[in-house]
Write a protein that binds this ligand. Structure first.
Ligand code: ZN
Ligand code: ZN
Length: 779
């Protein structure tokens, strides 16, 4: 067997050259970005860090800290809340471990050894378990750290409350257990000096808004016992991390963004799979799938002894890529295929450790993985990373690409475009990826649907007083009367009280959006596989849908809406399904608007009525459309926020768009703009929806709407409103620069269009957007 473990460090050009040996490959490269190497900058250990801690960190391999770690640690030590926002593997954890462990060590002399306590929050249990392992490995005398999550046994919980100084948990536990039972945590909360919010960029959209209120409740709980913790947040590189962090925790936050860790040179390649002979919907040309293309690249890199991970969005996709690469490698050299694996979320810590070990030793050469790997497995030290499709944000893109490069050595990153408008735009506009700061983390704590249950939970924890309201934002005052009317809160002279028997924290699931969830149950065994949010149920667990759970695929046999249950059966279909829905929209209130000449751009509250009407089956490997089947589901109503633009009939005529072509032009512009919005807001195209019409009943004009797919909104439409000009400019360019003739999935076709992608007018859309942007105020 070849010994991959001793492969020499490589330079990125050599890595790239290896990839291009197969014929026809060079034409698929649309751009190569050379990201230069960066020398590291170290700093001295702060003099307030106890010797024992320095010693143990040195023993663990940290000779001296990097400058950014010390900068963030100094802010925290001085009592300023701080966010450190730097690249993957830049050692963000040391920035909070220094002040936090120092405080705990200093407090160890106090009564019960708890002069200071630390609360660490991670988005996943796995990450908290890793942190605990790291802290325990330092073997610091007198430091008692423990994870506190759903798996923690009762006896252990009692011990943790009474003795632990460093508690590692997640926002869900804070919401359901720790805050409702704050009385029992009083000594811990009174001594609470630091709250660490790790991977804080994951708290975005509706989930981020929930977490923002959980943290406000935590601050209120601490204040009750005289505590006022400093927040230390760690984030992937995002734009404006200080402002996002401040919105999340509700206090001013200083930012540290200059990464002083060393990095090797990276060749970042943008890759567009070739067009195939297959025909898609409306006869549109179809590109080779990202799955097939990425599997080829993985196999070729591995055959050259280049350690590689492929990041894939879906677990099923990861498995298919691993399988294809395995087959190709076994053909080249029997036995080689065994050195590729698929990785997904849900592994036990021991399994993840084993995987890390096998990767580091070289037993395992390559992985196809969901982004689960971003949280919790250390795979630094790879030579190459393949991104099977744009991961949705520049922040994630850099985070994933940052996995390549061993100890300052050269690395290769390849972004393979999916057949959709956003990916196609990006591989053809490298400046949108490399010349731009990463995007901001979007959340909206003022969403009344999110706020309301937290006001109830807060009142149940401690009666709410008028003095508390500013903590929960300007919307609190408007939401309270409705909660009184619904009998959820009772107003007394001293404030608002929760007087019901049930638990207020059960009113909301912070990872969902409220309402009765649909249970997914396995036929035959009756096993509960998971739950689906009500808003997503019609489109994800309708009859005939392919449902993915923990890497296994199932077919939905029946969806019973009255019983709120979907019945599924294990199956291995070679296709995926996409639901299609038709939508109608009414404007309830226009909250903001800007005149763009005769056109207008608006933001406000809308009522969306949508109905899933059918679903498409598409072959997994080729993307070929196998057929469309009708569905009989009732319409649903959603009150949410939207951005919309109108244009006058004179403008339409002047733009050279005939009245008959207007519906197709507006429709095409709508699809493409939904596809491009994730470039500006940290959303997924599935988090948002759109409606276009040549004549809308509320505006009396041609109108294109894009709305948040969650009740009350999640901040995405608001973000679209504030970045309308660059967003719509990118939309126009994406359509204009697509090589197809009349529109394709890479530009104006949408996989979830309820109208079968008809009518769509590519030229008309470009003309419409050009006319609109011509009158847009700059800046
Ligand atoms: Zn196209
Ligand atoms: Zn459509």
């Amino acid at each position: 067997m070849r010994d991959w473990g001793s492969v020499k460090p490589r330079d990125p050009e050599e890595l790239l050259a290896r990839l291009l040996t197969a014929p026809g490959r060079r034409d698929r490269i649309t751009h190569v970005e050379r990201v230069p190497a960066r020398a590291g900058r170290q700093a001295a250990w702060p003099d307030w860090v106890p010797d024992v801690l320095v010693e143990r960190l040195r023993a663990a391999g940290v000779e001296r800290p990097w400058a950014h770690q010390v900068a963030a640690a100094e802010h925290a030590r001085a009592g300023r809340s701080v966010v450190i926002s730097t690249g993957t593997a830049s050692g963000k954890s040391l920035a909070y471990l220094l002040p936090c462990l120092t405080a705990v060590l200093e407090g160890a002399a106090a009564a019960q050894g708890r002069g200071a306590t630390v609360l660490y929050l991670a988005p996943t249990k796995a990450l908290a378990a890793d942190q605990l392992r790291a802290i325990r490995s330092l073997e610091l005398p007198g430091v008692r750290a423990a994870t506190f999550d759903g798996d923690t046994p009762t006896e252990e919980r009692d011990w943790i409350r009474a003795h632990a100084q460093y508690v590692l948990t997640n926002p869900d536990m804070l919401h359901r257990t720790l805050l409702p039972g704050h009385g029992r945590w009083a000594p811990f909360l009174r001594a609470l000096k630091y709250v660490v919010v790790d991977e804080c960029h994951t708290y975005r959209g509706v989930f981020g808004s929930h977490v923002a209120h959980v943290l406000r409740r935590l601050r209120r709980g601490c204040a009750r016992y005289g505590g006022s913790p400093v927040f230390v947040l760690a984030s992937a590189t995002v734009s404006d991390p200080g402002a996002s962090a401040a919105r999340l925790v509700g206090v001013p936050v200083v930012e540290v963004t200059e990464d002083a860790s060393p990095r090797g040179e990276t060749a970042f390649v943008l890759w567009e799979p070739p067009l195939t002979d297959l025909l898609g919907e409306q006869g549109a040309p179809v590109r080779r799938t990202v799955t097939a293309e990425s599997a080829d690249l993985l196999a070729d890199l591995l055959a050259e002894g280049i350690r590689t991970v492929v990041f894939v969005r879906s677990r099923r996709g990861a498995e298919v890529i691993a399988l294809l690469a395995r087959q190709a490698l076994d053909e080249a050299e029997p036995g080689l295929g065994a050195r590729v694996a698929a990785y997904r979320a849900g592994y036990l810590p021991e399994e993840r450790r084993e995987l890390e070990r096998a990767l580091h030793s070289g037993e395992l050469l390559g992985l196809a993985s969901t982004s689960a790997l971003e949280l919790g497995v250390d795979v630094s030290g790879l030579d190459a990373v393949v991104l099977a499709g744009y991961p949705g944000t520049r922040a994630s893109m850099w985070q994933q690409a940052g996995r390549a490069g061993r100890a300052g050595q050269g690395a290769l990153a390849v972004l393979v475009a999916r057949d959709d408008p956003l990916d196609t735009y990006l591989v053809r506009h490298p400046e949108a990826l490399f010349g731009q700061p990463v995007e901001a983390t979007v959340l909206d704590p003022d969403n009344p649907y999110v706020l309301a249950p937290h006001l109830c939970a807060a009142a149940a924890e401690l009666p709410l007083t008028p003095a508390d309201l500013p903590l929960f934002g300007s919307a609190a005052e408007q939401v309270l009367p409705a909660l009184e009317q619904r009998g959820l809160l009772r107003r007394r002279p001293t404030g608002w009280y929760w007087t019901r028997q049930d638990r207020a924290s059960d009113l909301t699931d912070i990872r969902g959006v409220g309402g009765a969830v649909i249970r997914v149950v396995e036929l035959g065994t009756g096993r509960l596989l998971g739950t689906v949010a009500p808003a997503a149920a019609h489109s994800t667990v309708h009859e005939g849908a392919v449902y993915l759970h923990q890497g296994e695929s199932y077919l939905v046999r029946a969806l019973d809406l009255d019983e709120a249950v979907a019945l599924v059966e294990p199956a291995q279909p070679d296709y995926s399904t996409t639901a299609r829905e038709i939508t109608d929209i009414r404007i309830l209130q226009t909250e903001r608007s800007t005149r763009w000449g005769e056109a207008a751009l608006c933001f406000g509250t809308v009522e969306v009525t949508s109905q899933v009407v059918s679903f498409l089956r598409k072959r997994l490997l080729t993307g070929e459309v196998l057929g469309e089947e009708p569905l009989d589901l009732p319409p649903r109503h959603l009150r949410t926020r939207a951005v919309w633009w109108t244009i006058s009939f004179d403008q339409v005529a002047a733009a050279g768009v005939a009245r008959a072509d207007l519906p197709g032009a507006a429709h095409a512009a709508e699809h493409a703009s939904i596809g491009l919005l994730p470039l500006f807001a940290t959303c997924d195209r599935w988090d948002i929806g759109g409606v276009s019409t040549a004549l809308h009943q509320d505006t009396g004009l041609p109108t294109v709407f894009v709305y948040d797919g969650h009740p009350g909104g999640a901040g995405f439409a608001e973000r679209a409103y504030s970045s309308a000009r660059p967003w719509l400019t990118a939309t126009r360019e994406a359509i204009e620069s697509c090589a197809c003739l009349d529109g394709c999935p890479s530009c104006i076709q949408s996989p979830k269009c309820g109208n079968g992608n008809n009518p769509l007018d590519k030229t008309g859309a470009v003309r419409l957007l050009t006319a609109l942007l011509a009158v847009a105020p700059s800046g």
